[in-house]
Design a protein around this ligand. Structure first.
Ligand SMILES: Cc1cc2nc3c(=O)[nH]c(=O)nc-3n(C[C@H](O)[C@H](O)[C@H](O)COP(=O)(O)OP(=O)(O)OC[C@H]3O[C@@H](n4cnc5c(N)ncnc54)[C@H](O)[C@@H]3O)c2cc1C
Length: 421
């Protein structure tokens, strides 16, 4: 039995709360630290699209994407937009981002690593949801990708690479799609169903339930913002918060897009950036998809949640501080109307909710999971970018293994923070 430690987990998003559950399972004492409500609107884990897509292994940057950068700068409402005013700050990250996807071989390196992290994730989430008493929030019925033409799919390097890393799918002709999705606009003439994938019916409620489960299993929640880590030599002594010190033997940095300052404060300047995203949600919509789907042209996921029909996606590079550009949420809404023409466009504003949040993104699309250089008492678990909900289940297990000094269940070299240091 490994030694029991008092572990302070900074951040109670999906990654933090699942790390808490797994650390408790290993026999550790856990204190969760977060100024916000676990599963609350401040976290990316609240407003994401809810996809548990174990096949989402392709990093955001692909070969040739550099040619699109001028467009990203010119069009503030495009699927990927970079704010001019933030460009100087984002540039070092952007260069690493472009280089990480420069060749198909580099994309495949990330795909192989992410496949390890994400495999069986829908099942892992289902088990966690059962433990937390909310099994109904996790469904494992597959997801659909829809394309204007078969050519769009054939020309997509991502699907070639997915095949090579073991992802399988079912292809749908226009007629088959029509039968499955009668209300989808007929401009979509080709579809792909990935049956291994799942979805979450309410990501915020799921994280809140997992946090409650951690608390019921013995964890403590401190509502405070962590501002530093107190080390004596290479031994962690305490986490510093705005309201005082929390003495502990180990810490996990799982503060999502806000993790960068904490790692820099202990000598690890890591290239973590926010890929800002939006969602729009229509309560009690008149129609919508029968399955959870991603539109390849709009770069947006449409998912039924218990609170309504949610369309989420697109990327804006503008940092943590800039005000949201709500026009981007309007674009998502308009895309939704265009995908499902039977949705009335005069839905009252009171039935339409919008949200904006921060994907915590490393340039190569792989999270940081590993020890800090300053001390093996500090474990990093952040930077999951577009796959933080689906990836949180195995990440929590890996964090617990690192805390206990056990061999990790998958190779961690591709996720090592050292790749940037
Ligand atoms: C529009 C959109 C759609 C997405 N769709 C999907 C999807 O379908 N599937 C998927 O897998 N992923 C998706 N993602 C990505 C996913 O949401 C994130 O990768 C994931 O939620 C990150 O989880 P996290 O726990 O690392 O961070 P967060 O959920 O952001 O949680 C971080 C927590 O840390 C706290 N915190 C911050 N600073 C401090 C501090 N100093 N001290 C203490 N606490 C602190 C915050 O209050 C917050 O609660 C999407 C993201 C967006 C924006």
């Amino acid at each position: 039995m490994p030694q029991s430690r008092h572990v302070a987990i900074i951040g109670a998003g999906a990654v933090g709360v699942i790390s808490a559950i797994e650390a408790l399972r290993e026999g550790h004492r856990v204190t969760l630290i977060d100024p916000g409500e676990p599963g609350g609107e401040q976290a990316a884990s609240y407003g994401n699209a809810g996809w548990l897509s174990s096949h989402s292994v392709i990093p955001p940057a692909e070969p040739g994407v550099w040619k699109k950068v001028p467009g990203y700068l010119m069009d503030p409402l495009g699927p990927l937009a970079i704010r001019w005013s933030y460009l100087p700050k984002a540039l070092p990250w952007l260069i690493k981002y472009l280089l990480s996807g420069w060749t198909e071989a580099r994309v495949e390196t990330t795909a192989v690593a992410l496949r390890d992290l994400l495999k069986d994730a829908p099942l892992l989430h289902r088990k966690l949801a059962e433990e937390a008493g909310v099994p109904e929030l996790i469904e494992r019925n597959g997801v659909m990708h829809v394309f204007p033409s078969r050519g769009n799919f054939d020309n997509d390097l991502g699907w070639r690479v997915r095949k090579r890393v073991g992802v399988d799918w079912l292809e749908l002709s226009a007629d088959e799609m029509r039968q499955r999705e009668p209300d989808l606009h007929p401009r979509y003439t080709f579809g792909v169903v990935v049956e291994e994938a799942g979805r979450c019916r309410d990501p915020g409620a799921y994280v809140a339930a997992l946090a409650q489960h951690a608390l019921a299993s013995g964890a403590t929640l401190v509502r405070a913002k962590a501002i530093g880590l107190n080390l004596s030599g290479n031994k962690l002594v305490a986490v510093l918060t705005e309201t005082g010190e929390i003495a502990c033997d180990a810490a996990v940095i799982a503060a999502g897009a806000h993790s960068k300052r904490l790692t820099a404060s202990i000598g690890d300047p890591l290239p973590l950036e926010t890929e800002r995203g939006y969602h729009v949600m229509i309560e009690n919509p008149e129609t919508g998809p029968r399955s959870s789907m991603m539109a390849s042209d709009a770069k947006m996921v449409v998912n039924w949640t218990d609170k309504g029909l949610r369309a989420a996606g697109t990327v804006e590079i503008a940092g943590l501080e800039a005000e949201p550009n709500w026009k981007r949420a309007e674009i998502l809404r308009n895309n939704l109307f265009s995908m499902f023409p039977k949705l009335p466009t005069d839905i009252p504003a009171s039935r339409i909710k919008t949200w904006f949040g921060h994907r915590p993104s490393m340039p190569d699309g792989r999270p940081c999971i590993g020890y800090a250089r300053a001390s093996r008492d500090i474990v990093y678990a952040f930077g999951h970018g577009h796959v933080g909900l689906v990836g949180s289940a195995r990440t929590g297990r890996l964090v617990a293994q690192l805390l206990s000094g056990k061999p990790p269940e998958i190779p961690l070299a591709p996720f090592s923070p050292d790749r940037f240091l």
